[in-house]
Ligand binder design. Structure first.
Ligand SMILES: [Ca+2]
Ligand SMILES: [Ca+2]
Length: 489
């Protein structure tokens, strides 16, 4: 009996064509970005949770493997209901991660190593413990409309009971509106009830967010990764009511036109900051799981510009079963738009919400994913641990799955206690079982390893042939047949 093979044969070839053309690109256009999940990268004080001092201690590693910039998941003050994506103070460091002094020391180290540092910016919502939300509950002067409040409707079935203003469903399930007893109104939350959404139609909120950006720019950061971009605005009718929508087709609660304009504002702000203060380009990365047509709008329209890098999640669809033609389809989807608009492409392997690469494509093809990422033009984004082939923790239905923690286990530095991540044997998430063999120290010492391949590719990426990314610079790609995907640089 013949069965469909689980593994398609896939070969990626990269051919180099040497030319004498000098290629100049801005630092970010050819960046090799690395996402650090601060809780899990390096614990400096032995409490089992990664921290800022840990990052500073180990930063040389990124330089050594050829990374040029890093973005950090949130390190700001937070009750950690959503692992730091619920911020209670946007200009304070959470004590779990350290202090502002630790932060400044870390930025200094980034500069010394000529690495760019990018912070997570979570503007859609705050924590419900944020002082601004508390003031808004009490209608304090200037904070009345800081968040999105609405009366809702009388419930005809239950006297005295209120029904929410619309049928909108939150990202994590359940209504997008929660009743607040003190204020006697509903507030809107695209995510958890502990994450109330800001009202970006309020000028004061927009100003406050620019203050937040300025605060971190003044401390030397090179840009921001903007969290949850599609959720920034929600439709409101002219009479102040909210239209119901089909939960399977969220036309009123995602990707609104005003969101595009908000990105333009932030881009302008960064550009004027650079004009006033000098230094290299400060960049915006945008997290938006949206179709390419929408991402195209987040890039800009030719006269107005938004994000430098709206993340491209398409290579997530490369799996064990993918062949060369599948890869071509995914690459075409992006490159066709990039070439038409002269935009810079970006390619990523994973992030803190996605399954590890090795779980998606299998061990045999992990290196191939890097060939693809590096061979294609533009920016590459590597989630920590992918460079050594770390795996998910916990089984498919474990609590790690429910808590989206499967790809967040401690980084595997060596074969010591807790994989060299912490001096404690108790870590906030368990270290993956394979750390004795799969770790940085082993792979740097081995003659051949995932990390060695990764490192060699990063070196290649910084050569002139790889910086060139226009068709006229001789870049092309195609699926030669089902099994061979060819890239020419
Ligand atoms: Ca710690
Ligand atoms: Ca919102």
């Amino acid at each position: 009996m013949s069965k469909t093979p689980l593994y398609a044969v896939l070969v990626i070839t990269i051919s180099l064509v040497y030319t004498a053309v000098a290629v100049t690109v801005d630092w970010w256009e050819n960046a090799s970005l690395y996402q650090i999940y601060p809780r899990s990268w390096k614990d400096s004080d032995g409490n089992g949770i990664g921290d800022i001092k840990g990052i500073t201690e180990k930063l040389d590693y990124l330089k050594e493997i050829g990374i040029t910039a890093s973005w950090l998941s949130p390190i700001f003050k937070s009750p950690m209901v959503d692992n730091g994506y619920d911020i209670s103070n946007f200009t304070e460091i959470d004590p779990i991660f350290g202090t502002l002094d630790d932060f400044d020391a870390m930025v200094k180290k980034f500069k010394e190593l000529d690495l760019k540092i990018i912070l997570d910016f979570v503007p859609n919502h705050s924590s419900d413990e944020c002082e601004w939300f508390q003031k808004s509950i009490h209608r304090e002067n200037g904070y009345e409309d800081f968040y999105i409040w609405a009366d809702g409707f009388e419930d005809p079935q239950n006297a005295g009971q209120k029904l929410p203003p619309s049928n909108w469903v939150s990202v994590f399930g359940g209504p997008m509106w929660t009743w607040n007893e003190k204020r006697q109104q509903f507030y809107l939350h695209q995510f958890l009830p502990q994450q109330p959404d800001f009202n970006f139609r309020n000028e004061i909120v927009r100003e406050k967010m620019l203050d937040v950006l300025k605060f971190w720019l003044d401390r030397g950061v090179d840009g921001f990764r903007i969290d949850a971009v599609p959720y920034m605005f929600e439709k409101v009718n002219s009479d102040g009511t909210y239209p119901d929508e089909d939960p399977k087709n969220q036309i009123y609660t995602q990707n609104q036109n005003e969101t595009v304009e908000l990105l333009y504002d932030w881009r302008n702000f960064l550009e004027s900051y650079q004009k006033q203060n000098g230094g290299d380009t400060r960049i915006l990365l945008a997290e938006a799981y949206s179709p390419i047509a929408m991402l195209d709008r987040y890039f800009g329209n030719g006269t107005h510009f938004g994000a430098h890098i709206p993340f491209n999640f398409d290579l997530w669809y490369v799996t064990k079963a993918s062949n060369a033609r599948d890869v071509q389809r995914l690459v075409d989807g992006w490159m066709n738009v990039m070439w038409k608009k002269h935009q810079t492409a970006n390619w990523l392997t994973g992030n803190h919400d996605m399954k590890r690469v090795i779980e998606r494509v299998g061990q045999n093809k992990t290196n191939l994913v890097y060939f693809l990422l590096t061979g294609l033009p533009g920016v590459t984004v590597t989630y920590y641990g992918e460079e050594i082939g770390m795996s998910n923790v916990g089984s498919q239905n474990s609590s790690y799955q429910a808590g989206r923690a499967f790809a967040r286990s401690p980084f595997q530095w060596n074969d010591d206690i807790s994989a060299g991540f912490s001096s404690s044997n108790k870590t906030w998430l368990p270290v993956a079982n394979n750390y004795k063999t799969v770790n940085v120290k082993n792979q740097l010492a081995a003659e051949r390893s995932s990390l060695k391949v990764f490192k060699a590719l990063q070196k290649l990426k910084q050569t002139p042939a790889f910086k060139a990314f226009k068709k006229q610079n001789g870049f092309s790609y195609k699926a030669v047949n089902d099994n061979v995907f060819q890239i020419i640089r």
